[in-house]
Design a protein around this ligand. Sequence first.
Ligand code: NAD
Length: 487
Amino acid sequence: MASFDPASVECPAAHLIGGRIVRAEGVIPLRRPSDGRDFAQCPIADASTVDAAVSAARVALAESDWGGIRPRERTRALHRWADLIEVEAENLARLEAVASTRPISELLAGDLPVTVEQIRFFAEFADKEGGAVAPTAEDSLGLITSEPHGVVGAITPWNFPLSMAAWKIAPALAAGNAVVLKPSELTPFATLRMAELSVKAGLPPGLVAVVLGDGPTTGAALVAHPDVAKVSFTGSTAAGAAIMANIARSGVKPMTLELGGKSPQVVFADADIDLAAASIAGSVLANAGQACVAGTRLVVEAPVADVLVEKIIARLRSIRPGPTWDAATAFAPIISERQLGRVDGIVRAALAAGAEALVGGQRLDRDGSFYAPTVLAGVEASSPAVTDEIFGPVLTVQTFVDEDEALRLADHPSYGLAAGLFTRDLSRALRVTRRLHAGTVWVNRYGRSRDHILPTGGFKGSGIGKDLGREAYQANRRSKSVLISFQ
Ligand code: NAD
């Protein structure tokens, strides 16, 4: 039985530095979103602790020659790490479930196996992705080679902590780098344990470090550290912009930024309406809308709007909320009371401005921070419900009469992370896909598959660069052009 007693899970305040767990004083009180009880405290690594982790990572790189060994050895070490995570999946799932919004059943069936798969996926790049011989004049040899950056500084959000950490650590290690990672201060414990398993798997101690702490102190010290050669960040657009500014104050370094979104779901009248309803409701319900790619703006052709919305609502009514440690739970809490207040504030402002809640519109009447799946109709295009990333289970409905209007409504002035498109017309699917300003377009489905080769990343304010796919591996190496003249 996957259900467990949350009191049985210990979450020690600590960092992983130089391959060793270093206990620290917990200063940020953490509350379980499922029942509002205090359960642990997160330490805040200061600049000297971050420096110790970065220095140990540099030493580990130098002493193990991790970037210079036969690449297959890196592959094998990463597979060993993935194997240990698989063996310890239940423990990791409990550590994650107790602190986060991820229900234990979903962690065991989804997050954990996917995390393991993603590490194995990147492990295989180490000895397969090479350089090129460039076409140059006959009296020369042009080579395009690549090499690791050195120490990569990574920062992750709270919404899918383990797989977000794997997205950062696995390609960086496969490419020959060390990683110092700062997980979200709200959900650090499973990530810490997962990183500790890398040492048990035989990776050089110090190569993977985890420093716990907040953004302004720990995160800021990490990205600005002079020995951090590359930054890989996933989080909000505001924090991404702050990181760019912080780095720019002391210099320039490459960075990958995976940021926020406000993704549209465009449904044409010829679509399979049942399929569209299932996909759209699934996206609103997944992690209670707390996903960067949550498709929370429905843009639907007017004649099918009522029937589609009715089918979506039927699905939204069938939620199974509960504590994340209960195996029967299939609807997540909101991460914190503060975030729930923000979701509710946006919904209330929309209602006050004349929108109608077709379902939901308030918190659920039960323990913990749960918000009712909500559908808002009659919303102004300028309403924060339509323009702002809500990070809650809230869907807005807008209708269109033709393709141009659909594209106008689908486009967001500053976000471009993902978009959904539902139509049976192949020509339209291809035409509209080209015109949608988003880093990912899902046609007649919504959400990722387990095809990790498909990169993910945003246009506009949704980010710079890609996670997953070949691009994520390549971003962890820097390319070098070599031209050799013959005598
Ligand atoms: P957040 O931006 O508040 O925090 C993310 C991480 O950044 C945390 O570890 C935080 O401590 C750190 N941080 C915050 N300010 C910082 C600063 N000035 N310097 C350095 N580090 C800083 O985001 P969140 O609330 O944890 O996560 C939700 C956000 O993440 C949403 O906007 C969501 O869309 C985005 N997200 C994007 C993707 C993607 O792939 N594009 C995936 C998941 C989440």
